[in-house]
Design a protein around this ligand. Structure first.
Ligand SMILES: Cc1cc2nc3c(=O)[nH]c(=O)nc-3n(C[C@H](O)[C@H](O)[C@H](O)COP(=O)(O)OP(=O)(O)OC[C@H]3O[C@@H](n4cnc5c(N)ncnc54)[C@H](O)[C@@H]3O)c2cc1C
Length: 384
């Protein structure tokens, strides 16, 4: 079996410590959080104290200045046990890196130390009821009035939406300019006119809060622009490969985990005088998934390596997300089948993994959008 070569000894030590944190501070409480539809703020503070949030943030902004693999370890250790509640990925991998890449010195100094400590929770506000895949169609408006902007509009499906202190918000500052009219803002949840809507009831990921957000004449200073006015769309585009890579890491990890759970279960469970794993069908199903999971992992690790060198292109990121997401959904379905009726019971992690999985073909760029990106590359030089 091809061994993973990305990680060094310090990452392995980090993994042990993250695993301990996940097993003591998250696993025993996750079922309750699923019922609550949210994780407690206290968890974020504890995770911050242990250094689990925003590992790559430089020391100058209160972080540890570690490499991306330290963040990867945190994500993998959460996904490995099906801990889909804590929205650390959005906070660390998206919001913090948006601020690091596009923020002013003041914005970085103000927000990043709080985010590292878990005192401020970040969310990414892009999707609207009428605009998801087609982000340039967002309608939330930011209108300049002197040194301020007044924001009106609505977002939906926002992860960490109930908990967030800060939203990286996609708006239109020029509604006639299409993609060139998109501007990103840092909007504090404490602003007058900011309202949280429903914590949406989801098929899976039930411990993670996913919300509507409303902006009713929210007044913010022009200094809250993240990056440049009218440059929000290209800014978002540069971050998408990283978001897709994170989704691929999630899928590669879950696929491996569910294969292991299923191999363990079927080696114990008996029918017709044999274990379920004695049936050739079981062996073939798991062997097929295992073979493809190794391919998925090797490709995903290659993408991590390219990303860390600044060389991950959008097409490879789309390939990683598309292939791993599809395999993820197939794996949870086939593995659940091998658990029989118990696989359908919420008390079994495979049932939760099945419900959690479905979103990976939708969020962070749907399968169809990934195909569009790959096809564009395939046909661009052939078009007349
Ligand atoms: C649990 C969850 C968490 C989320 N978290 C966040 C978050 O934190 N922040 C945020 O901003 N958003 C978030 N989203 C939103 C997510 O990114 C969008 O749902 C996704 O981008 C798809 O947009 P849509 O739902 O509007 O679907 P639509 O864009 O309406 O698409 C509907 C269908 O049409 C297909 N389609 C669309 N365009 C094309 C095309 N050109 N060619 C072929 N098919 C196409 C799509 O693939 C899809 O199958 C989250 C969603 C979920 C479910």
């Amino acid at each position: 079996m091809i061994a993973r070569t990305l990680f060094q000894e310090e990452h392995d030590m980090w993994r042990n410590s993250v695993r301990r944190f996940v097993e003591t501070e998250i696993v025993p409480f996750h079922a309750q959080w699923e019922q609550d539809g949210i994780v407690p703020r206290e968890l974020w503070r504890k995770a911050g104290e242990q250094g689990l949030l925003c590992c790559t943030v430089p020391e100058a902004y209160g972080g540890l200045g570690l490499d991306y693999l330290f963040d990867v370890v945190v994500f993998e250790e959460l996904w490995r046990v099906g801990a889909s509640g804590p929205g650390f990925l959005i906070h660390t991998d998206l919001v913090a890196t948006y601020i690091l890449s596009f923020g002013t010195e003041e914005q970085k100094t103000f927000w990043l130390p709080k985010m590292v400590k878990g005192e401020a929770i970040g969310s990414l506000g892009m999707t609207e009821p009428h605009a998801g895949s087609d982000l340039k169609a967002v309608r939330t408006q930011a209108v300049r009035e002197g040194d301020e902007f007044v924001i009106n509009g609505q977002k939906v499906f926002i992860s960490n939406g109930q908990l967030c202190d800060l939203v990286v918000l996609a708006t239109k500052t020029d509604s006639a300019a299409g993609a060139k009219g998109v501007t990103l803002f840092l909007v504090e949840s404490s602003r007058e006119g900011f309202k949280r809507g429903r914590n949406l009831e989801k098929l899976g990921m039930r411990a993670q809060d996913t919300s509507e957000l409303f902006f009713d004449n929210v007044r913010i200073p022009a200094t809250n622009i993240l990056g440049e006015e009218g440059r929000g769309f290209p800014q978002m585009m540069t971050k998408l490969p990283q978001e897709r890579l994170a989704q691929a890491i999630r899928s590669a990890t879950v696929i491996e985990a569910v294969i292991e759970w299923t191999a363990d279960y079927t080696a114990e469970r008996r029918a017709f005088g044999k274990t379920i794993s004695d049936f050739q069908n079981t062996q073939f199903v798991l062997a097929d998934l295992k073979a493809r999971s190794v391919m998925a992992r090797v490709f995903t690790d290659k993408c991590i390596d390219l990303f860390m060198k600044g060389e991950l292109d959008p097409v490879d990121a789309a390939i990683a997300k598309m292939v791993t997401s599809e395999l993820h959904c197939e794996a949870v379905d086939k593995c659940l089948q091998l658990f029989g009726g118990w696989g359908y019971m919420w008390e079994y992690p495979i049932a939760r993994a099945y419900a959690d999985a479905r979103v990976v073909k939708i969020a962070g760029g749907s399968i169809e959008i990934m195909k569009t990106i790959i096809a564009r590359e395939l046909f661009s030089h052939r078009m007349r």
